[in-house]
Design a protein around this ligand. Structure first.
Ligand code: 6R9
Length: 658
């Protein structure tokens, strides 16, 4: 790779980093032919990839496609847990580290594949004992501890779809997800560690459980050790159940299309969507991509820093790596605890070789300074990855030089909760890299950039990112709502049969993809998807608020930050004025309210109280103009406004604020 690249050369758009020869020589994918092979016969290509799994019964047909409903490996039978655990026991991998766990307080645990087998089968027996069977949904609300992976795999073993709710979500968010899925059992913990403090998961769970009629039993893992409420007859300690549970439990022979999990993600409406993934296609997709994109070898110590509560954690902390017999690292806490070198200390401690994180984290590392990674030996690293949002070239270069020591390729991977697997990414042994570009679609993935009518745009022009052919790890539906599945992803390009990803993109003259961000009402804050509608309804839920408009404004570290423009009800305004409550206090309370309703990740950075919101004559709030204000730009076209004076006044007041 070009060694002389420096931050000064950043603005040269055409900088290209070629794969180092030594890397290519040892790479899992060494030749570009794979793209042509996959294109010539996609079903054959995916069938060949499916051979990397163990099937109880082989499929009769690779794909049954009744647009937009797909079935992959039809007639095949397998078990995801068996593929992630049992099959590795037949070889030397039985004694290999499956999970390396590092707790935030500094405790650590290593589970071999055999250890994992013991705990997973025991916990599968616990679940059965609690009356959970194939098809029953299990909600999981846990910190990043091994029990989270164990619980997922135990569910997969008995065919109970899991629905994992990120530990940073609020009680209300948990309640809504439990109820939408109709979960029978909830698995949670007393708490988790975050920056030296306890996140009280059980207290949140208790608040949610007062309104979740379907939950019969709650299993509680002891992690933080503080006193928690245990409801007689409902709540059970994990360690007590495990002490009595036998090792060994058959892995159910499940249909390829058996539901593996539901994972909720924000959409353009207020109500989160339950994205449904099934067993065969998903596991083929994630194991194939994990193998190729991360160039995984048996000798690797692989670390994806995502929380398992997000799709990245599902696919690339648990299912992909374990299906491939990889050593996967899990870290419980924050990157700056006890100091800003925690990640680098972990890489040094365990000799991490492949490291996968998010641009927002990289931008935070940049801000903290290169002195932190410089204190550690990072020479074991050989490959780096990023995911979650577009990476700016400065951050890419910083990552490349300061973490990768100028020798590690970076795989910038574009994908989504809905795609299940990485879709656009370099293959590190063969793809020349350009900082900021996710490069090209993986073999077997047909993408394009099109205009509103679905026609391809010219190279260099912006358009909408679409996927033109079904892929094995694609979502199958929105849980309980086929109509929403059709409308959200397929209605837009119905005639062409394209999947609409919700992202804008352009291609350069090397046919490289540059992802431009969401084109819908989804904000990407630090790599997390938030819906403006969901945020607005959380605000309007507050008794003082009359109306709210939420936008994403650009933010140095988080990519985007939540900015809310809020009008108060006249009566509330009078009362607050009479009570001498300051604007600052009111704004603070509204921020806290959103955090309580959705979770801390959704807390707005700015709440701005205003007398009126800019609207069109038909009454639609013009968020575009609010974005111009929040980002300090000249206002765009204001001709459709009902009252242009509103926006002028708002802009003046916004600029005059403290
Ligand atoms: C895996 C994940 C999906 C949205 C997606 C896009 C953005 C993800 C990206 C990227 C540019 C990348 N996104 N990876 N944008 N470059 N490499 O993040 O899933 O949480 O569902 O978010 O994230 O906007 O549409 P999810």
């Amino acid at each position: 790779m070009a060694k002389e690249a420096t931050i000064d050369t950043l603005l040269e758009e055409e900088r290209i980093f070629y794969p180092p020869e030594e890397f290519t020589r040892q790479a899992n994918v060494k030749s570009k032919e794979i793209y042509a092979e996959a294109r010539a016969n996609p079903q054959l290509y995916w069938a060949m990839q499916a051979e990397r799994l163990d099937w109880f019964r082989k499929w009769d047909r690779v794909l049954e496609w009744n647009p937009p409903f797909a079935k992959w490996f039809v007639g095949g039978k397998l078990n995801a847990c068996y593929n992630c655990v049992d099959r590795h026991l037949k070889s030397w991998r039985r004694n290999k580290a499956a999970i390396i766990f590092e707790g935030e307080p500094g405790d650590s645990r290593v589970l071999t594949y055999w250890d994992l087998y013991r705990e997973v089968t025991q916990f599968a027996n616990v679940l059965k004992e609690l009356g959970v069977g194939a098809g029953d949904r299990v909600a999981i609300y846990l910190p990043m501890i091994p029990e989270l992976a164990i619980a997922m795999l135990a569910c997969a073993r008995i065919g109970a779809p899991h629905s994992i709710v990120f530990g940073g979500f609020s009680a209300e968010a948990l309640r809504d997800r439990i109820n939408d899925a109709g979960a029978k059992v909830l698995i949670t913990a007393d708490g988790g560690w975050r920056r030296g403090k306890i996140v009280s998961l059980k207290d949140n769970a208790d608040a949610a459980l007062s309104q979740t009629p379907t939950v019969e039993k709650v299993v509680v893992v002891r992690r933080t050790g503080q006193e928690v409420n245990m409801q007689e007859g409902r709540d059970l300690w994990y360690h007590e159940l495990m002490a009595k549970a036998p090792v060994g439990c058959p892995a159910e022979e499940l249909d390829s299309e058996h539901m593996l999990f539901i994972l909720y993600t924000s959409g353009t409406t207020g109500k989160p969507k339950g994205v449904v993934h099934t067993t065969g296609g998903y596991l083929v997709g994630v194991s194939t991509t994990h193998h190729m994109v991360f160039d995984i070898k048996d000798s690797d110590v692989y670390w994806c820093t995502a929380d398992i509560g997000w799709i990245t954690g599902h696919s690339y902390v648990v299912y992909g790596p374990l299906a491939n017999g990889t050593t996967t690292l899990m870290y419980e806490g924050a990157p700056d605890w006890p100091a800003q070198d925690r990640f680098w200390a972990i890489i040094e401690k365990y000799g991490v070789t492949v490291f996968y994180t998010a641009p927002t984290a990289i931008r935070a590392f940049m801000k903290w300074g290169r002195k932190w990674p410089a204190q550690h030996n990072l020479s074991t690293l050989r490959l780096l990855g990023t995911v979650g949002e577009p990476i700016n070239p400065e951050a890419w270069m910083w990552y490349y030089e300061n973490i990768g020591g100028g020798r590690c390729p970076i795989v910038d991977t574009w994908w989504q909760t809905e795609t299940g697997m990485i879709m656009i990414s370099p293959l590190p042994g063969i793809t020349p890299l350009k900082p900021g570009s996710a490069t090209v679609p993986l073999p077997g993935v047909e993408a394009d950039v099109v205009d509103k009518e679905g026609n391809p745009v010219l190279l260099g022009e912006g358009g909408l990112l679409v996927i033109k052919e079904p892929w094995p790890a694609m979502l199958r539906t929105v849980y309980g709502d086929d109509q929403r599945y059709i409308e959200t992803y397929w209605a837009r390009f119905k005639d062409k049969g394209y999947y609409f990803a919700g992202d804008g993109a352009k291609r350069d003259y090397h046919n490289y993809y540059w992802i431009l961000g969401r084109v819908d009402d989804v904000i990407n804050v630090a790599g997390h998807r938030l819906s403006t509608m969901e945020l607005e309804s959380a605000l309007v839920d507050h008794p003082w608020v009359a109306e709210a408009a939420v936008i994403g404004r650009s933010h140095e570290i988080k990519g985007q930050a939540v900015a809310a423009f809020v009008t108060l009800k006249a009566r509330a305004f009078e009362e607050l004025k009479a009570a001498k409550r300051s604007f600052k206090e009111i704004e603070g309370e509204l921020k806290a309210h959103v955090a309580k309703k959705i979770g801390a990740i959704a807390r707005p950075d700015d709440v701005f109280l205003t007398a009126e919101l800019p609207k069109t004559r038909s009454g639609k709030i013009m968020r575009r103009l609010l974005r111009d204000i929040a980002e300090g730009r000249v206002l765009g076209d204001t001709t459709t406004l009902a009252d242009p004076a509103v926006i002028a006044e708002l802009k003046a007041k916004y600029e005059a604020r403290e």
